[in-house]
Design a protein around this ligand. Structure first.
Ligand code: PLP
Length: 462
Protein backbone atom coordinates (compact mmCIF):
# COMPACT_ATOMS: atom_id res chain seq x y z
CA UNK A 1 0.00 0.00 0.00
CA UNK A 2 1.42 3.44 -0.79
CA UNK A 3 1.64 6.00 2.04
CA UNK A 4 -1.46 7.96 1.04
CA UNK A 5 -3.62 4.88 0.82
CA UNK A 6 -2.32 3.65 4.18
CA UNK A 7 -3.10 7.04 5.77
CA UNK A 8 -6.62 7.04 4.23
CA UNK A 9 -7.24 3.51 5.55
CA UNK A 10 -6.09 4.54 9.02
CA UNK A 11 -8.45 7.55 9.00
CA UNK A 12 -11.37 5.45 7.78
CA UNK A 13 -10.66 3.09 10.64
CA UNK A 14 -10.83 5.92 13.18
CA UNK A 15 -14.10 7.25 11.77
CA UNK A 16 -15.62 3.78 11.88
CA UNK A 17 -14.37 3.14 15.43
CA UNK A 18 -15.87 6.46 16.48
CA UNK A 19 -19.17 5.78 14.72
CA UNK A 20 -19.39 2.31 16.25
CA UNK A 21 -18.28 3.06 19.82
CA UNK A 22 -18.14 6.70 20.88
CA UNK A 23 -21.18 8.39 22.37
CA UNK A 24 -20.73 12.10 21.58
CA UNK A 25 -21.87 14.81 23.97
CA UNK A 26 -25.09 16.69 23.20
CA UNK A 27 -25.54 14.74 19.98
CA UNK A 28 -28.34 12.84 18.26
CA UNK A 29 -26.47 9.97 16.62
CA UNK A 30 -29.07 8.78 14.11
CA UNK A 31 -27.62 10.83 11.19
CA UNK A 32 -24.28 9.02 11.63
CA UNK A 33 -26.04 5.84 10.52
CA UNK A 34 -27.67 7.35 7.45
CA UNK A 35 -24.71 8.90 5.68
CA UNK A 36 -23.23 11.67 7.87
CA UNK A 37 -19.81 11.23 9.45
CA UNK A 38 -19.16 12.21 13.06
CA UNK A 39 -16.94 15.30 13.34
CA UNK A 40 -13.43 14.40 14.47
CA UNK A 41 -10.93 17.19 15.12
CA UNK A 42 -7.31 16.13 14.91
CA UNK A 43 -5.13 19.22 15.15
CA UNK A 44 -5.16 22.84 16.28
CA UNK A 45 -2.85 25.82 15.98
CA UNK A 46 -3.64 29.34 17.15
CA UNK A 47 -7.23 30.10 16.13
CA UNK A 48 -7.54 27.20 13.69
CA UNK A 49 -8.43 23.51 13.86
CA UNK A 50 -8.26 20.74 11.25
CA UNK A 51 -10.68 17.84 11.03
CA UNK A 52 -9.81 14.27 10.16
CA UNK A 53 -10.32 14.97 6.46
CA UNK A 54 -7.78 17.81 6.57
CA UNK A 55 -10.40 20.54 6.33
CA UNK A 56 -9.33 23.78 8.05
CA UNK A 57 -11.69 25.79 10.26
CA UNK A 58 -11.40 29.15 11.96
CA UNK A 59 -12.68 28.44 15.46
CA UNK A 60 -14.94 31.24 16.67
CA UNK A 61 -16.07 29.26 19.73
CA UNK A 62 -12.76 28.31 21.41
CA UNK A 63 -13.19 24.56 21.28
CA UNK A 64 -16.98 24.60 20.87
CA UNK A 65 -17.79 25.71 24.41
CA UNK A 66 -15.77 28.91 25.17
CA UNK A 67 -12.78 27.05 26.56
CA UNK A 68 -9.50 27.34 24.62
CA UNK A 69 -8.93 30.97 25.58
CA UNK A 70 -5.22 31.17 24.72
CA UNK A 71 -5.61 29.25 21.44
CA UNK A 72 -4.32 25.87 20.25
CA UNK A 73 -0.81 24.42 20.09
CA UNK A 74 0.74 26.21 23.08
CA UNK A 75 3.93 24.22 23.53
CA UNK A 76 4.93 25.98 26.72
CA UNK A 77 1.77 24.74 28.45
CA UNK A 78 2.40 21.21 27.18
CA UNK A 79 6.04 21.44 28.32
CA UNK A 80 5.08 22.67 31.79
CA UNK A 81 2.54 19.86 32.15
CA UNK A 82 5.03 17.23 30.97
CA UNK A 83 7.72 18.47 33.34
CA UNK A 84 5.30 18.40 36.25
CA UNK A 85 3.91 14.95 35.39
CA UNK A 86 7.27 13.22 35.25
CA UNK A 87 8.20 14.78 38.59
CA UNK A 88 4.92 14.31 40.49
CA UNK A 89 1.67 13.53 38.70
CA UNK A 90 -0.71 12.93 41.53
CA UNK A 91 -1.36 12.78 45.19
CA UNK A 92 -4.78 13.06 46.84
CA UNK A 93 -5.82 16.62 47.58
CA UNK A 94 -5.66 16.19 51.35
CA UNK A 95 -1.99 16.99 50.63
CA UNK A 96 -0.80 20.07 48.76
CA UNK A 97 1.28 20.29 45.58
CA UNK A 98 3.81 22.79 44.29
CA UNK A 99 1.75 23.94 41.26
CA UNK A 100 -1.44 23.87 43.36
CA UNK A 101 0.03 26.30 45.89
CA UNK A 102 1.67 28.51 43.27
CA UNK A 103 -1.41 28.77 41.09
CA UNK A 104 -3.66 29.52 44.08
CA UNK A 105 -1.45 32.48 44.99
CA UNK A 106 -1.29 33.72 41.41
CA UNK A 107 -5.05 33.43 40.99
CA UNK A 108 -5.91 35.14 44.26
CA UNK A 109 -3.66 38.06 43.31
CA UNK A 110 -6.24 38.71 40.58
CA UNK A 111 -9.19 38.37 42.96
CA UNK A 112 -8.99 40.94 45.76
CA UNK A 113 -11.22 39.94 48.67
CA UNK A 114 -11.01 36.20 47.94
CA UNK A 115 -8.59 33.94 49.78
CA UNK A 116 -9.05 30.16 49.35
CA UNK A 117 -9.00 27.82 46.35
CA UNK A 118 -10.57 24.34 46.37
CA UNK A 119 -9.54 22.24 43.35
CA UNK A 120 -11.70 19.85 41.36
CA UNK A 121 -12.19 18.94 37.71
CA UNK A 122 -15.22 20.42 36.05
CA UNK A 123 -17.46 23.44 36.25
CA UNK A 124 -20.30 21.28 37.52
CA UNK A 125 -18.15 19.89 40.27
CA UNK A 126 -16.91 23.34 41.31
CA UNK A 127 -20.54 24.47 41.63
CA UNK A 128 -21.52 21.34 43.56
CA UNK A 129 -18.82 22.18 46.09
CA UNK A 130 -20.52 25.50 46.78
CA UNK A 131 -23.91 23.83 47.10
CA UNK A 132 -22.42 21.39 49.61
CA UNK A 133 -20.71 24.19 51.56
CA UNK A 134 -23.97 26.15 51.76
CA UNK A 135 -25.86 23.06 52.92
CA UNK A 136 -23.20 22.23 55.50
CA UNK A 137 -23.30 25.79 56.88
CA UNK A 138 -27.07 25.48 57.12
CA UNK A 139 -26.54 22.52 59.47
CA UNK A 140 -23.48 23.71 61.35
CA UNK A 141 -24.19 27.45 61.70
CA UNK A 142 -27.88 28.10 61.05
CA UNK A 143 -29.59 25.20 62.84
CA UNK A 144 -31.07 23.83 59.60
CA UNK A 145 -32.21 27.22 58.29
CA UNK A 146 -30.75 28.99 55.24
CA UNK A 147 -30.50 25.80 53.17
CA UNK A 148 -32.25 27.03 50.01
CA UNK A 149 -30.22 28.09 47.00
CA UNK A 150 -31.62 30.54 44.47
CA UNK A 151 -30.76 30.33 40.78
CA UNK A 152 -31.88 32.36 37.78
CA UNK A 153 -34.10 31.52 34.84
CA UNK A 154 -31.92 31.00 31.69
CA UNK A 155 -28.68 30.35 33.65
CA UNK A 156 -26.84 27.01 33.46
CA UNK A 157 -24.55 25.65 36.16
CA UNK A 158 -23.68 22.18 34.99
CA UNK A 159 -24.71 18.70 34.14
CA UNK A 160 -25.12 16.81 37.42
CA UNK A 161 -28.55 16.40 38.96
CA UNK A 162 -27.88 19.05 41.64
CA UNK A 163 -26.54 21.45 39.00
CA UNK A 164 -29.57 20.82 36.81
CA UNK A 165 -31.70 21.50 39.90
CA UNK A 166 -30.01 24.92 39.89
CA UNK A 167 -30.47 25.22 36.14
CA UNK A 168 -32.83 27.73 34.58
CA UNK A 169 -33.01 26.10 31.16
CA UNK A 170 -36.07 23.91 30.75
CA UNK A 171 -34.82 21.94 27.78
CA UNK A 172 -31.52 21.08 29.47
CA UNK A 173 -33.43 19.88 32.52
CA UNK A 174 -36.38 18.12 30.85
CA UNK A 175 -36.62 14.36 31.45
CA UNK A 176 -33.85 14.32 34.07
CA UNK A 177 -36.01 14.85 37.16
CA UNK A 178 -36.81 14.29 39.92
CA UNK A 179 -34.48 17.08 40.95
CA UNK A 180 -32.69 17.89 44.18
CA UNK A 181 -34.99 19.79 46.53
CA UNK A 182 -34.24 23.25 47.91
CA UNK A 183 -33.39 25.11 44.69
CA UNK A 184 -35.63 28.05 43.83
CA UNK A 185 -35.79 30.02 40.57
CA UNK A 186 -35.66 33.83 40.22
CA UNK A 187 -36.55 35.71 37.00
CA UNK A 188 -34.02 36.33 34.21
CA UNK A 189 -32.48 39.74 33.48
CA UNK A 190 -32.59 39.95 29.67
CA UNK A 191 -34.05 43.36 28.88
CA UNK A 192 -34.64 42.42 25.24
CA UNK A 193 -37.23 39.93 26.59
CA UNK A 194 -38.48 42.40 29.21
CA UNK A 195 -40.91 40.89 31.77
CA UNK A 196 -41.35 44.24 33.56
CA UNK A 197 -42.37 46.65 30.79
CA UNK A 198 -43.70 49.22 33.25
CA UNK A 199 -40.48 49.47 35.24
CA UNK A 200 -38.50 52.69 35.03
CA UNK A 201 -35.18 50.87 35.33
CA UNK A 202 -35.15 47.29 34.05
CA UNK A 203 -31.98 46.29 35.94
CA UNK A 204 -33.45 47.39 39.27
CA UNK A 205 -36.75 45.68 38.48
CA UNK A 206 -35.03 42.38 37.60
CA UNK A 207 -32.97 42.55 40.80
CA UNK A 208 -36.02 43.47 42.89
CA UNK A 209 -37.69 40.36 41.51
CA UNK A 210 -35.04 38.39 43.42
CA UNK A 211 -36.02 40.16 46.61
CA UNK A 212 -39.63 39.21 46.02
CA UNK A 213 -38.66 35.54 45.80
CA UNK A 214 -36.60 35.83 49.00
CA UNK A 215 -39.52 37.38 50.85
CA UNK A 216 -41.93 34.78 49.47
CA UNK A 217 -39.67 31.89 50.56
CA UNK A 218 -38.66 33.55 53.85
CA UNK A 219 -35.19 35.11 54.12
CA UNK A 220 -34.22 32.74 56.93
CA UNK A 221 -34.68 29.78 54.55
CA UNK A 222 -32.35 31.15 51.83
CA UNK A 223 -28.60 30.54 52.17
CA UNK A 224 -27.16 31.52 48.79
CA UNK A 225 -27.83 32.70 45.28
CA UNK A 226 -25.94 31.27 42.31
CA UNK A 227 -25.69 33.50 39.22
CA UNK A 228 -23.64 33.73 36.05
CA UNK A 229 -22.09 37.23 35.79
CA UNK A 230 -23.10 37.23 32.13
CA UNK A 231 -25.34 34.33 31.17
CA UNK A 232 -23.66 32.16 28.54
CA UNK A 233 -25.62 29.24 27.06
CA UNK A 234 -28.93 30.87 28.01
CA UNK A 235 -28.38 33.52 25.32
CA UNK A 236 -25.32 35.69 26.19
CA UNK A 237 -27.20 37.96 28.56
CA UNK A 238 -25.38 41.06 29.81
CA UNK A 239 -27.36 42.48 32.74
CA UNK A 240 -28.05 46.22 32.75
CA UNK A 241 -25.50 48.23 34.80
CA UNK A 242 -27.97 48.88 37.59
CA UNK A 243 -28.60 45.15 38.16
CA UNK A 244 -25.51 43.93 40.02
CA UNK A 245 -25.18 46.62 42.69
CA UNK A 246 -28.81 46.05 43.63
CA UNK A 247 -28.31 42.25 43.73
CA UNK A 248 -25.35 42.77 46.06
CA UNK A 249 -27.42 45.06 48.28
CA UNK A 250 -30.20 42.47 48.51
CA UNK A 251 -27.74 39.69 49.41
CA UNK A 252 -26.24 41.81 52.19
CA UNK A 253 -29.64 42.84 53.47
CA UNK A 254 -30.83 39.26 53.89
CA UNK A 255 -27.49 37.63 54.79
CA UNK A 256 -27.44 35.56 51.60
CA UNK A 257 -24.14 34.30 50.20
CA UNK A 258 -23.40 35.40 46.65
CA UNK A 259 -22.05 32.66 44.39
CA UNK A 260 -20.81 33.84 41.00
CA UNK A 261 -20.43 31.09 38.40
CA UNK A 262 -17.48 32.21 36.27
CA UNK A 263 -17.11 28.87 34.49
CA UNK A 264 -17.43 30.67 31.14
CA UNK A 265 -16.43 34.27 31.96
CA UNK A 266 -13.51 33.43 34.25
CA UNK A 267 -9.89 34.06 33.31
CA UNK A 268 -10.20 36.69 30.66
CA UNK A 269 -13.15 35.91 28.42
CA UNK A 270 -14.81 39.32 28.91
CA UNK A 271 -11.60 41.39 29.01
CA UNK A 272 -11.24 41.44 32.80
CA UNK A 273 -9.90 38.50 34.79
CA UNK A 274 -13.45 37.77 35.95
CA UNK A 275 -16.83 38.86 34.69
CA UNK A 276 -17.97 40.10 38.11
CA UNK A 277 -15.06 42.57 38.13
CA UNK A 278 -16.88 44.71 35.56
CA UNK A 279 -19.48 45.44 38.19
CA UNK A 280 -17.53 46.10 41.41
CA UNK A 281 -19.30 43.36 43.34
CA UNK A 282 -17.90 41.29 46.21
CA UNK A 283 -18.85 37.64 45.92
CA UNK A 284 -18.61 35.03 48.67
CA UNK A 285 -17.92 32.20 46.21
CA UNK A 286 -16.50 32.23 42.69
CA UNK A 287 -16.37 29.08 40.59
CA UNK A 288 -14.37 28.67 37.38
CA UNK A 289 -13.27 25.95 34.98
CA UNK A 290 -13.13 26.21 31.20
CA UNK A 291 -10.62 29.02 30.61
CA UNK A 292 -8.54 28.28 33.73
CA UNK A 293 -6.20 26.06 31.71
CA UNK A 294 -7.79 26.62 28.29
CA UNK A 295 -8.56 22.90 28.01
CA UNK A 296 -4.89 21.82 28.18
CA UNK A 297 -5.75 19.98 31.39
CA UNK A 298 -8.92 19.44 33.40
CA UNK A 299 -9.14 21.83 36.33
CA UNK A 300 -11.82 23.74 38.17
CA UNK A 301 -11.64 25.98 41.20
CA UNK A 302 -14.09 26.90 43.92
CA UNK A 303 -12.81 30.13 45.43
CA UNK A 304 -14.12 31.54 48.70
CA UNK A 305 -13.48 34.39 51.09
CA UNK A 306 -11.64 33.87 54.36
CA UNK A 307 -14.94 34.53 56.13
CA UNK A 308 -16.52 31.46 54.51
CA UNK A 309 -13.37 29.37 54.98
CA UNK A 310 -13.23 30.28 58.69
CA UNK A 311 -16.67 28.82 59.30
CA UNK A 312 -15.26 25.40 58.39
CA UNK A 313 -12.38 25.57 60.84
CA UNK A 314 -13.92 27.47 63.73
CA UNK A 315 -14.74 24.38 65.76
CA UNK A 316 -11.80 21.98 65.59
CA UNK A 317 -13.23 19.89 68.43
CA UNK A 318 -16.21 18.88 66.29
CA UNK A 319 -15.09 16.03 63.99
CA UNK A 320 -17.91 16.83 61.54
CA UNK A 321 -17.31 20.56 61.13
CA UNK A 322 -14.66 20.70 58.41
CA UNK A 323 -15.54 20.37 54.71
CA UNK A 324 -15.72 16.58 54.32
CA UNK A 325 -15.43 16.51 50.55
CA UNK A 326 -12.91 15.06 48.14
CA UNK A 327 -12.44 15.15 44.40
CA UNK A 328 -10.00 12.37 43.47
CA UNK A 329 -8.73 14.08 40.35
CA UNK A 330 -8.67 17.45 42.09
CA UNK A 331 -5.27 16.16 43.22
CA UNK A 332 -3.91 15.97 39.65
CA UNK A 333 -1.01 18.38 39.27
CA UNK A 334 -1.44 18.78 35.51
CA UNK A 335 -4.35 21.21 36.06
CA UNK A 336 -2.57 23.88 38.11
CA UNK A 337 0.66 23.39 36.12
CA UNK A 338 -1.25 24.19 32.92
CA UNK A 339 -3.18 27.00 34.62
CA UNK A 340 0.04 28.78 35.66
CA UNK A 341 1.34 28.86 32.09
CA UNK A 342 -2.10 29.81 30.79
CA UNK A 343 -2.18 32.82 33.09
CA UNK A 344 1.43 33.75 32.26
CA UNK A 345 0.51 33.78 28.56
CA UNK A 346 -2.47 36.07 29.17
CA UNK A 347 -0.26 38.47 31.13
CA UNK A 348 2.78 38.43 28.83
CA UNK A 349 0.76 38.74 25.62
CA UNK A 350 -1.51 41.40 27.09
CA UNK A 351 -4.55 39.35 26.17
CA UNK A 352 -7.01 41.11 28.47
CA UNK A 353 -6.38 44.35 26.60
CA UNK A 354 -6.61 42.53 23.27
CA UNK A 355 -9.92 41.01 24.36
CA UNK A 356 -11.37 44.42 25.16
CA UNK A 357 -10.15 45.90 21.88
CA UNK A 358 -11.16 42.99 19.67
CA UNK A 359 -14.44 42.68 21.56
CA UNK A 360 -15.27 46.31 20.75
CA UNK A 361 -14.23 45.77 17.16
CA UNK A 362 -16.38 42.65 16.85
CA UNK A 363 -19.33 44.42 18.46
CA UNK A 364 -19.07 47.30 15.94
CA UNK A 365 -18.86 44.88 13.03
CA UNK A 366 -21.83 42.87 14.24
CA UNK A 367 -23.87 46.04 14.72
CA UNK A 368 -23.08 46.93 11.10
CA UNK A 369 -24.48 43.52 10.17
CA UNK A 370 -27.58 44.31 12.20
CA UNK A 371 -28.17 47.37 10.00
CA UNK A 372 -28.10 45.09 6.99
CA UNK A 373 -30.00 42.00 8.17
CA UNK A 374 -33.46 42.50 9.65
CA UNK A 375 -33.27 38.99 11.13
CA UNK A 376 -30.81 40.32 13.74
CA UNK A 377 -32.90 41.44 16.70
CA UNK A 378 -30.09 42.26 19.12
CA UNK A 379 -26.32 42.02 19.40
CA UNK A 380 -24.95 41.82 22.94
CA UNK A 381 -21.87 40.79 24.87
CA UNK A 382 -18.68 41.89 26.61
CA UNK A 383 -15.14 41.32 25.44
CA UNK A 384 -14.85 38.30 23.17
CA UNK A 385 -18.12 36.86 24.44
CA UNK A 386 -20.87 37.81 22.00
CA UNK A 387 -24.41 36.84 21.13
CA UNK A 388 -26.54 37.65 18.08
CA UNK A 389 -30.24 37.03 18.70
CA UNK A 390 -32.10 36.17 15.51
CA UNK A 391 -35.79 37.00 15.08
CA UNK A 392 -38.55 36.52 12.52
CA UNK A 393 -39.67 40.09 12.93
CA UNK A 394 -37.89 42.99 14.60
CA UNK A 395 -41.03 44.69 15.87
CA UNK A 396 -42.68 41.68 17.43
CA UNK A 397 -39.30 40.13 18.38
CA UNK A 398 -40.72 36.72 17.53
CA UNK A 399 -37.74 34.33 17.75
CA UNK A 400 -36.30 32.97 14.50
CA UNK A 401 -37.03 29.37 13.56
CA UNK A 402 -34.46 27.18 15.33
CA UNK A 403 -33.88 25.10 12.21
CA UNK A 404 -32.84 28.24 10.36
CA UNK A 405 -30.53 29.26 13.19
CA UNK A 406 -28.94 25.81 13.05
CA UNK A 407 -28.61 26.14 9.27
CA UNK A 408 -26.55 29.29 9.78
CA UNK A 409 -24.27 27.35 12.13
CA UNK A 410 -24.04 24.33 9.79
CA UNK A 411 -23.39 26.37 6.66
CA UNK A 412 -20.72 28.40 8.46
CA UNK A 413 -18.92 25.19 9.41
CA UNK A 414 -19.11 24.02 5.79
CA UNK A 415 -17.58 27.36 4.81
CA UNK A 416 -14.76 26.83 7.33
CA UNK A 417 -15.86 28.95 10.31
CA UNK A 418 -17.07 27.31 13.52
CA UNK A 419 -19.72 29.35 15.32
CA UNK A 420 -22.24 28.29 17.97
CA UNK A 421 -25.88 28.81 18.88
CA UNK A 422 -27.94 28.35 22.02
CA UNK A 423 -28.79 24.68 21.90
CA UNK A 424 -31.69 22.81 23.52
CA UNK A 425 -31.72 25.26 26.37
CA UNK A 426 -34.99 27.22 26.29
CA UNK A 427 -38.16 26.17 24.47
CA UNK A 428 -38.57 28.33 21.38
CA UNK A 429 -35.63 30.52 22.35
CA UNK A 430 -32.67 28.61 20.94
CA UNK A 431 -32.20 31.51 18.55
CA UNK A 432 -28.97 33.22 19.59
CA UNK A 433 -25.73 32.78 17.67
CA UNK A 434 -22.81 32.53 20.09
CA UNK A 435 -19.29 33.74 19.42
CA UNK A 436 -16.32 33.28 21.74
CA UNK A 437 -13.13 33.32 19.69
CA UNK A 438 -9.82 32.91 21.52
CA UNK A 439 -8.41 35.94 23.33
CA UNK A 440 -5.62 36.07 20.71
CA UNK A 441 -8.09 37.06 17.96
CA UNK A 442 -6.96 39.66 15.43
CA UNK A 443 -9.03 42.06 13.32
CA UNK A 444 -8.53 39.73 10.37
CA UNK A 445 -10.00 36.84 12.35
CA UNK A 446 -13.00 38.93 13.39
CA UNK A 447 -13.50 40.14 9.81
CA UNK A 448 -13.48 36.54 8.56
CA UNK A 449 -16.00 35.44 11.20
CA UNK A 450 -18.35 38.37 10.60
CA UNK A 451 -18.21 38.13 6.83
CA UNK A 452 -19.00 34.41 7.03
CA UNK A 453 -22.05 35.14 9.19
CA UNK A 454 -23.07 37.91 6.78
CA UNK A 455 -23.08 35.49 3.83
CA UNK A 456 -24.82 32.71 5.75
CA UNK A 457 -27.58 35.04 7.00
CA UNK A 458 -28.19 36.11 3.40
CA UNK A 459 -28.36 32.47 2.26
CA UNK A 460 -30.68 31.32 5.06
CA UNK A 461 -32.83 34.39 5.77
CA UNK A 462 -32.62 36.12 2.37
C1 PLP B 1 -21.92 28.86 33.27
C2 PLP B 1 -21.55 27.40 33.34
N1 PLP B 1 -21.42 26.81 34.53
C3 PLP B 1 -21.08 25.52 34.66
C4 PLP B 1 -20.88 24.73 33.55
C5 PLP B 1 -20.54 23.29 33.70
O1 PLP B 1 -19.21 23.05 33.43
P1 PLP B 1 -18.70 21.58 33.09
O2 PLP B 1 -19.27 21.20 31.77
O3 PLP B 1 -17.20 21.74 33.09
O4 PLP B 1 -19.15 20.69 34.18
C6 PLP B 1 -21.01 25.30 32.27
C7 PLP B 1 -20.78 24.48 31.06
O5 PLP B 1 -21.02 24.87 29.95
C8 PLP B 1 -21.37 26.66 32.16
O6 PLP B 1 -21.55 27.24 30.95
Amino acid sequence: MNQNLAAAAELAHVVEADRAHVWHHLTQHAPFFTGADPRIIVEGKGMRVWDIHGKEHLDAVSGGVWTVNVGYGRERIADAVREQLVKMNYFAGAAGSVPGANFAKMLLDKMPGMSRVYYSNSGSEANEKVFKMVRQLSHSVYGGKKSKILYRERDYHGTTIACLSAGGQQERNAQYGPYTPGFVEVPHCLEYRNQFPDAEDYGIAAANAIEEVILREGADTVGAICLEPITAGGGVIVPPDSYWPRVQEICKKYDILLHIDEVVCGVGRTGTWFGYQHYGIEPDFVTMAKGVASGYAAISCTVTTEKVFDMFKANAEDPMSYFRDISTFGGCTSGPAAAIENMNIIIEENLLENTLQMGDYAMDKLRELQDKHTCIGEVRGKGLFLGVELVKDRDSREPADEKMVQQVVGKSAQAGVLIGATNRSLPGLNNTLCLSPALISTKDDIDEIVSCIDLRLSEVFG
